[in-house]
Design a protein around this ligand. Structure first.
Ligand SMILES: Nc1ncnc2c1ncn2[C@@H]1O[C@H](COP(=O)(O)OP(=O)(O)O)[C@@H](O)[C@H]1O
Ligand SMILES: [Mg+2]
Length: 442
């Protein structure tokens, strides 16, 4: 049974909160009549604050409920109706509050609740920290009645804004030294909003806590995992293997000597870690969908700060950062798909960017091209992929080098753009990548 007085107090106190410290985010959601707006993403990415930034105009119009708050946890859909009544008694003049359901996965039959609210004419926002609430699944549960957006930790643009550094136009050059320094921090400690705002000494502690809570709440408890030891092993293997290839088979070979484990369990646990947004597994580009499924994947973390607890490596931090930025672009352009590419002879390209069926761009990440052998290897892989995938839009993301190179190797030709990471990340959703280079050819 719910305590009505407690609920009313919660509502009133919430409306008296000061939201002025909430910083703006880039994510733009469109509220469509009759559809719920779902915002999902890893724990601590800023989903709750994102809701706060929406209700900032007139908090009383909103009924905000945090289902992880003990006042509302546990709660069934039916019990929620009592909360709605409590709100109406407090604000009889507002007939239809906008309803915000934070961490809605904590309500067992939340889909019914959302359908009910929509059917009775409420505008609905919901958040969740499990990718299980992702489009396909939400869509089936709600029969197409939700639009889903993913909120990631901060983009580098947001990160600079949080740190009060202007980067647009001439400011980029004016603040260049500062921006380069902050890029270093961004790679080192990652992009969780709270970490971005915290003093250096506190960052590792905050991250460690995030990692623990994410694993405990979103993996162990959610899936009632008994083999905690195995999960921890997988966790630390992931933290050491980011921006590298993994497969269930390779993990099995690593673990089977020390642990009683099946491939099935490894595959399940990986899925749980993916659902909690802890990691992503990038697929190989193959023409046949079947081959795409069986090839090894490339593992990326939700945040490069987490790799502090594995094995740090700048090159892999940069690659992971590029991957996350591509994912952010996808949340505003759902037609984008990404893969890695690898030829039978071993040439590798980090990212194949597809828009619908069309290969739009090939991206190689290489922080240092000063070594002739590295340079040739990276370029040759791009030219091979360019020929095979019929795409002439070739980019290498570097740390410092900038320009355009006309390359000819073994009878293959191409023009390759070299873009420093800072510029690539700041190019308004990557638009910079598509601008013609203003530099004179070398
Ligand atoms: N837009 C923002 N402005 C200022 N601080 C933020 C913002 N978003 C997140 N934070 C900081 O990060 C922490 C976690 O954000 P929160 O919204 O609670 O994440 P989530 O709901 O995804 O778990 C907050 O307590 C706050 O310190
Ligand atoms: Mg929250």
């Amino acid at each position: 049974m719910m305590d009505e007085t407690l609920v009313k107090r919660y509502i009133v106190e919430f409306h008296e909160r000061d939201f002025s410290g909430v910083l703006p985010r880039e994510l733009r959601v469109t509220n469509v009549r009759g559809k719920a707006t779902a915002i999902i993403g890893p724990r601590r990415a800023g989903k709750t604050h994102y809701l706060f930034s929406i209700l900032n105009d007139e908090p009383q119009k909103y009924l905000y409920v945090d289902f992880e708050n003990p006042v509302f946890h546990p709660m069934t859909a039916r019990e929620f109706l009592a909360v709605l009544d409590a709100y109406r008694e407090l604000y009889p003049e507002i007939q239809k509050p906008v309803v915000m359901l934070d961490e809605v996965q904590a309500v067992p039959d939340w889909e019914r609740l959302v359908r009910y609210l929509l059917d009775t004419g409420h505008e609905v926002y919901l958040t969740g920290s499990s990718s299980k609430l992702l489009s396909a699944e939400v869509a089936t549960h709600l029969r197409g009645r939700a639009l889903t957006y993913i909120l990631f930790p901060l983009s580098f643009r947001e990160f600079l804004l949080f740190r009060g550094v202007e980067y647009r136009g001439r400011a980029f050059y004016h603040n260049y030294v500062r921006i380069k320094h902050l890029l270093g921090e961004y790679l080192e400690y990652g992009a969780y909003p709270e970490v971005a705002l915290a003093p250096k000494e506190a960052r590792e502690l905050i991250l460690k806590e995030y990692l623990n809570v994410m694993i405990k709440r979103d993996v162990l408890e959610r899936h009632r995992i008994r083999n905690v030891y195995l999960l921890n092993e997988l966790l630390y293997l992931s933290l050491r293997s980011y921006s590298k290839y993994v497969s269930v088979d390779s993990l099995y070979r690593l673990l089977k000597g020390r642990l009683k484990v099946t491939k099935r369990t490894i595959a399940n646990y990986l899925t749980y870690l993916e659902e909690a947004f802890f990691l992503f597994l990038l697929r190989k580009y193959e023409r046949s969908p079947k081959a795409r499924v069986v090839a090894p994947r490339k593992l990326y973390l939700i945040d490069t700060g987490l790799s502090l607890f594995g094995s740090k490596d700048v090159g892999r931090d940069v690659e992971n950062t590029v991957f996350l930025e591509l994912m952010r672009m996808k949340s505003s352009n759902p037609r984008l798909e990404f893969y890695y590419w690898k030829s039978p002879s071993g040439h590798e390209v980090d990212f194949v960017v597809l828009e619908g069926e069309r290969v739009r761009e090939l991206i190689q990440v290489s922080i240092d091209l000063s070594d002739e052998k590295t340079r040739k290897r990276e370029f040759l892989a791009l030219l091979n992929a360019s020929k095979e995938l019929k795409c002439r839009n070739l980019t290498v993301i570097t740390l410092d080098e900038e320009g355009t190179e006309r390359v000819e190797l073994y009878g293959m030709k191409g023009e390759i753009r070299l873009v420093p990471l800072a510029r690539w990340l700041l190019g308004e959703g990557g638009a910079l990548r598509n601008e013609p280079e203003t530099q004179s050819p070398v």
